[in-house]
Design a protein around this ligand. Structure first.
Ligand SMILES: Cc1cc2nc3c(=O)[nH]c(=O)nc-3n(C[C@H](O)[C@H](O)[C@H](O)COP(=O)(O)O)c2cc1C
Length: 373
């Protein structure tokens, strides 16, 4: 069976997009049991725990599921750069009553060790963001029985994953919440909306596409299926679900956000990500290009983010969310998936009636081929 066959055979072609720190295994399981495809977000999991986490999940569900890792580079920053970054953060730390932290020995888990553990764990599907695997790494996962999905934010990135031998593409439009998966060109040159990205990736590579970015309900699901996606990937739409780990400060900030609440920033982590714009994002804007690259800034700002959340201050913690966040609903993840699928079917039926003709239907309109516009 190919990944396309597997996605086509899902009872509900909705993918719960991985959200490290926000989508726990309970959400993944609820989505899988409802008939969708859930993803475990294991970027924050140490390599020596990955096999046990995947095995424990596999024991609890017989449905297919995915596991996601972030391809964080090994960081060995210049101490002067780290000192400057900490000085830049000093006023923020002082405002929450803390001294800037001592730089850590390691800035992230060893991605190669995480990948090796994931390959041994052999989940049904594995997806990756922030880079592209080598052909050998993809081959090893496939030999273990795992379908490989690469995150792409441009057609060139989708081609790179196709050349590496991936089974499918997770096409992440600019509307998406959280970190951009961009890895070939600067982010400002890689901001393609979901509609254009899905259609152009489908035309460029012969691989199934999971479309993501701004899909908040069944109408969005129907739209990307009509564009040729094999499934709709939804992240922000799950953020207010019962299973979400989104804390009360973040929930309140989203509830009180303006109509057009999100922006991209690299100030929190050193990698561009989309969230509800807050004080930190606004005040760091002038210097955000100078902060050290991910994962260095991510680690250096970690105690600040935690302290702000503890103090109930939404101004100094990331509020990751996509452009559609105002449409997020509450409810259990399983119920939401079923609701969205019902809505998608209704939207498709309405569209089908409209395109077949009848009053106001396109096929019912008399057109004169000679007439100009
Ligand atoms: C809070 C949050 C955390 C995220 N964490 C990850 C992650 O760990 N790995 C990943 O590949 N993508 C991550 N993403 C991106 C999502 O997988 C997905 O691309 C995005 O949510 C889709 O757009 P939407 O938010 O408009 O639905 C995250 C997104 C959010 C909102």
């Amino acid at each position: 069976m190919s990944l396309k066959d597997m996605l086509d055979s899902l009872p509900i072609p909705i993918v719960q997009a991985p959200m490290a720190g926000s989508s726990p295994p309970a959400m993944t399981r609820a989505v899988c049991e409802a008939g969708g495809l859930g993803f475990l977000a294991l970027a924050p999991t140490p390599p020596d725990e990955i096999e046990a986490v995947v095995a424990a999940f596999q024991e609890q569900t017989s449905a297919p599921f995915g596991v996601n890792l972030q391809m964080a580079p090994d960081a060995d920053p210049d101490p002067a750069e780290v000192a400057a970054a900490l000085e830049r953060l000093r006023p923020w730390y002082e405002a929450v009553g803390l001294e800037p932290p001592t730089p850590p020995n390691r800035y992230s888990f060893d991605f190669k060790a995480q990948l090796a553990a994931l390959t041994r764990a052999a989940p049904p599907v594995a997806s990756f963001t922030f880079g592209v695997l080598t052909r050998g790494e993809v081959e090893a996962l496939k030999d273990a029985g795992t379908y490989v999905v690469g995150t792409a934010t441009t057609v060139a990135e989708a081609r790179a994953w196709a050349e590496a031998g991936a089974d499918g593409i997770f096409a992440q439009g600019l509307e998406a919440g959280g970190h951009r998966g961009t890895f070939l060109k600067p982010v400002q040159e890689s901001l393609v909306g979901t509609l254009a990205l899905v259609a152009t990736v489908r035309a460029a590579v012969d691989l199934p596409v999971i479309a993501a970015g701004g899909i908040m309900d069944g109408r969005g699901v129907a739209a990307v299926l009509a564009l040729g996606a094999s499934a709709a990937g939804m992240g922000s739409a799950f953020l207010l679900s019962e299973e979400s780990l989104m804390g009360p400060v973040w929930r309140k900030a989203v509830a009180e956000a303006s109509d057009d609440p999100t922006a991209l920033t690299r100030a929190f982590t050193g990698r561009h990500a989309r969230g509800v714009e807050n004080r930190f994002m606004r005040e760091m804007k002038a210097v955000e290009d100078e902060v050290p690259a991910y994962p260095v800034q991510y680690r250096l700002s970690q105690p600040l983010r935690a302290a702000a959340e503890k103090a109930g201050d939404p101004g100094a913690m990331p509020l990751w969310a996509g452009q559609g966040i105002r449409l997020a609903r509450t409810g259990s993840a399983g119920d939401l998936v079923r609701q969205w699928w019902n809505e998608a079917r209704e939207a498709a039926a309405e569209l089908s009636a409209r395109t077949r003709g009848g009053p106001g239907g396109a096929a019912g309109i008399e057109t004169d081929p000679e007439a100009g516009c």
